[in-house]
Design a binder for this molecule. Sequence first.
Ligand code: OAD
Length: 238
Amino acid sequence: MIGQVREWIHGARHIAVLTGAGMSAESGVPTFRDAQTGLWAQFDPQQLATEEAFRADPSRVWDWYAFRRGMIAKVEPNAGHRALAAFAQRHPGRMTLITQNVDGLHQRAGSAGVLALHGNIAEDKWLDRPKACCRFETALPGSPPRCARCGSMLRPDVVWFGEMLPVAVLAAAQEAAQTCDLMLVVGTSGVVYPAAGLARTAAGKVVVVNPEPTGLDDAADAVLRGKAAQLLPQLLED
Ligand code: OAD
């Protein structure tokens, strides 16, 4: 099966790659839904990853993201991230990398033009529409930082439950899905939409790379049961 998928990869003019939390698992970043170690097994997403939760208890949500930022700052991209970046560098214009991950590890591995559907945990934005006085440089540090003048709060620049994905990023991802000859779906449970829907609208063949069953296996032309950092280097080397 690996040999067949390698043939598809090397024959494809345009490859779309959709990654999820499992992509970074071998770097040491916990996934969300793995039964023992997943973040949502330990924390309630409704209390940490919604706008209502932030407004109700800004410091609790800010501190949880600060804890995750600290964890991500300590880890490194793995061989899977590096294999994707190296393939795109060797084959300019042939790969579009779409990720649900907010950890920035694809970018740190050297991938350019990553379509980050759920934002970037390292960045902040204003919770409410910023006024003229709201400037990052003069925000008062705190949990969360606030505008020194009006008290508006900063929040992490990630997509929370119930929020829209960034429109231009989603449109570019949909375009890539609808024009690809092959989509690799790596390390995602495939249950969160609209991200998972990209695999269902893929024009080309769909290959799932995951050690466990996923919500997208039924849409796949091939399912490779294995880990991202082990399989991607084998699949993507020339
Ligand atoms: P999940 O935690 O739902 O799924 C992680 C997937 O990675 C599972 O299918 C695991 O089997 C798989 N996995 C674990 N280790 C792996 C490895 N070494 N190699 C390959 N796969 C492995 O994470 P996502 O599907 O990314 O959204 O979750 C989607 C979204 O739900 C996230 O972006 C986040 C979350 O709530 C927001 O925060 C908006």
